[in-house]
Design a protein around this ligand. Structure first.
Ligand code: ADP
Ligand code: MG
Length: 684
């Protein structure tokens, strides 16, 4: 008998090397092995008579080996092993490529199960590279077989064996969901569920087992998040005076869209209510969230409050600083900038002015969270592009306020699918800016291969001739061993473009440059003195240069869908027709489908859902960036019902025992802590 927390090396066949490979998958203990869930299952319960097996899909047949397998070597590096097997219904020809060892394993006259696709040529039936095992063994065939995600160096067979051992040989797990939670939600018992998920007898059992495990995962997740949220006590918020939105609008060079106006009205009411505002403004790229933020700041400052705006990158912080200064300074609002790279003396000065109340608004990066920043009368905290910050950072900034809590406004361009929103922003009111400023057209998007590069270069030239500007995004900063010959790097590509367009000015911007250098290049692009800007994804969020009408994305297959949509959002911000060209030579059909989805729609919400579906929530803009733990079993794209149930259960439990101090709830607290282990601070 092993214990759950034993390292994987206690199992026979796992030495240091294999343990390291497993470590790459995050598997360290036997419990991790138990929780390494199958990605899918194949139903190999049915054994078909050879003659009647359907063609073209995976089937199992049981056949007797009719003759000694023959191996031939038609050319260097290739071997073929051929044999025939039969059952009562007929004969089947088997071919194995480069598996000469099978010849020694398959004994004449004995029965084996073979699984693979049957092909028919006239009367002759054949199967290529089937998997097989002796009849009656029941490991790979004769049951519902789990298919596990793998890593290089560990075979499917090995991994399955180890998981079976971990499940069979471990001491039983204590049931850790509270009994009433289990009975109220009709959930299966834990040990049964783990066993069944790895070795289901039927798909009905599998569904029940999966439901239990998904529930468990989402229950601990939401319990953890609830614990976080309830610490941010709802209470009295900074009380603003109600002001007409129209008074603010006078400061703007444009009229607000209906959606912007409605959102601002909601914010104005919230901020004047006397209670803390917790609001998420969700609007696709280019919908005009900055103006909304400016309005919120304006009302707060007019009422005597101080505001902080936090952006995920320095580039964006600087841009916001400029935009907001232009908009708000004429009305007497004093704006400051504080980023990690501000000079020490400058930092000191800004901190001082925040503390003594000279500044009404400070714009910054997470440097705002650092020690030594105290506000005189913080009334409002805004985080832009919220999805880039962790849950914990959001709370950290509002914790700066002291006794009176500031209003919280979060802005996100990434349209978050409902389920994910429920988890991340479960505690927020939501405003949606569902329209773009007038005159905006969809960005026309094309997917091209290398053969069209010449034409694309001509297109770049044409855009510039018409007085517009062009972004070219590359996946890498510079040539390295990893990128060499595989993907374009911005540094070299900028030189190539400069040579191709000797009369144009080509700029380069990437994350390794000093903030000051970045600022200079960005400023040149905004001023129009640089026509072509080659960059990495540093320009992904928020950057606003309305005269740019063409975005070229090199090696587009290297990026996720939502990221591509964000990048594409850098153009189409003025009234001229804009274009996005995705360059990819990938032949992979899935990849091409993914990229084509982007050509078909400009609707960020649909793209985000597609992305979630294709990549899973773990990858969806990096679970880490949310401060959310990785989910192993739950699929947020489809498990909404269970999520709602689990959340209810978590809330009810915390309603009865808010800090989970009762002895019977200790285990819940421990599990929750462990789930959030990567971010232990959030519980302090
Ligand atoms: P995002 O929602 O992506 O943050 P921004 O706030 O950067 O969008 O706005 C995109 C562009 O649209 C900016 O150039 C901004 O000045 C402009 N804009 C915003 N609101 C309006 C409006 N109501 N009418 C015209 N232009 C607008
Ligand atoms: Mg923005």
């Amino acid at each position: 008998m092993y214990a759950l927390q034993d390292p994987v090396t206690v199992l026979p066949g796992i030495g240091e090397k294999k343990a390291q490979l497993l470590g790459k998958l995050g598997i360290r203990t036997l419990e991790d092995l138990q929780h390494w869930f199958p990605r899918r299952y194949v139903d190999r319960r049915k054994v078909w008579p050879i003659r009647h097996a359907p063609e073209g899909e995976e089937v199992c047949i049981c056949g007797v080996v009719a003759q000694r397998p023959l191996t031939a070597y038609p050319r260097k590096g290739l071997s073929t092993t051929r044999l025939q097997v039969f059952d009562r219904s007929g004969l089947l020809y088997l071919t194995f490529f480069n598996q000469a060892y099978t010849a020694g394993k398959l004994k004449v006259g004995e029965s084996y199960l073979f699984c693979g696709k049957i092909e028919r040529m006239g009367q002759r039936l054949s199967m290529t590279n089937p998997i097989y095992e002796p009849e009656g063994r029941g490991e790979l065939t004769g049951r519902i077989v789990p298919i596990y995600p793998l890593t290089a160096g560990v075979s499917a067979r090995q991994l399955a064996e180890w998981i079976d051992l971990a499940v069979e040989e471990c001491a039983l797990l204590p049931e850790d969901l509270p009994a009433e939670v289990r009975s109220e939600n009709g959930l299966a018992e834990r040990n049964w569920a783990i066993r069944t998920v790895h070795r289901p007898d039927s798909f009905e059992d599998l569904t029940r087992a999966r439901e239990r495990l998904v529930f468990e995962e989402l229950f601990y997740l939401t319990t953890g998040l609830e614990l976080l949220h309830t610490r941010r006590v709802a209470g009295a918020g900074f009380r603003c005076t109600v002001l007409p939105v129209a008074d603010f609008e006078r400061l703007l060079p444009f009229t607000l869209t209906e959606a912007q106006r409605k959102t601002l009205q909601q914010i104005f009411v919230d901020q004047a209510s006397g209670k803390i505002m917790n609001r998420l403004v969700q609007g696709d790229v280019g919908s005009g969230k900055t103006a909304v933020a400016a309005g919120a700041v304006w009302q707060c400052v007019r009422s005597g409050g101080q505001c902080a705006l936090m952006a995920p990158t320095e580039l964006l912080a600087m841009q916001h600083y400029h935009t907001l200064t232009t908009l708000l300074a004429p009305d007497g609002i004093r704006v400051g900038l504080l980023t990690g790279s501000s000079k020490a003396a400058e930092k000191r000065r800004v901190r001082q002015q925040i503390a003594d109340g000279t500044l009404d608004l400070v714009v910054g990066t997470h440097a705002l969270l650092s020690e030594g920043v105290t506000f005189a009368r913080l009334g409002l905290v805004i985080t832009d592009e919220q999805h880039r910050f962790g849950v914990e950072q959001r709370s950290a900034l509002s914790a700066k306020a002291g006794a009176q809590k500031p209003h919280v406004l979060v802005m996100s361009a990434t349209p978050i699918p409902r389920t994910l929103a429920l988890i991340i922003y479960g505690d927020l009111d939501v405003s949606v800016i569902g329209e773009r400023p007038p005159g905006r057209q969809d960005v026309e998007t094309f997917l091209i291969g290398e053969d069209k590069r010449r034409r694309m270069m001509g297109f770049i030239r044409k855009q510039v001739q018409e007085g517009h500007q062009v972004y070219v995004v590359c996946p890498a900063v510079e040539e390295t061993e990893e990128t060499s010959g595989k993907v374009k790097n911005a540094t070299d590509h900028a030189m190539v473009l400069q040579q191709a367009f000797p009369d144009l000015r080509v700029g380069l911007i990437h994350g390794r440059m000093k903030p000051k250098e970045k600022e200079v290049v960005m400023e040149a692009f905004l001023q129009g003195t640089v026509e072509i800007l080659v960059s990495t994804t540093v320009i992904e969020v928020g950057v606003d240069a309305p005269n740019a009408t063409l975005m070229v994305i090199e090696d587009a297959d290297r990026f996720g869908l939502s990221q591509l949509h964000q990048l594409r959002g850098r153009v189409g911000r003025g009234t001229a027709q804009s274009f996005c060209v995705l360059v990819s030579s990938s032949k992979n059909e899935d990849t091409r489908q993914r990229l084509k989805a982007l050509c078909q729609t400009n609707d960020g919400f649909r793209i985000a859902e597609k992305d979630l579906e294709l990549r899973g929530p773990g990858d969806f803009f990096g679970a880490r960036q949310h401060g959310l733990p990785q989910l192993q079993m739950a699929d947020l794209a489809c498990d909404t019902r269970i999520l709602v149930q689990a959340r209810e259960a978590a809330k009810r439990l915390l309603g009865e025992d808010p800090a989970l101090v009762r002895p019977e709830h200790r285990v819940v607290l421990e599990r929750t802590r462990r789930l959030f282990e990567e971010n232990p601070d959030i519980f302090n």
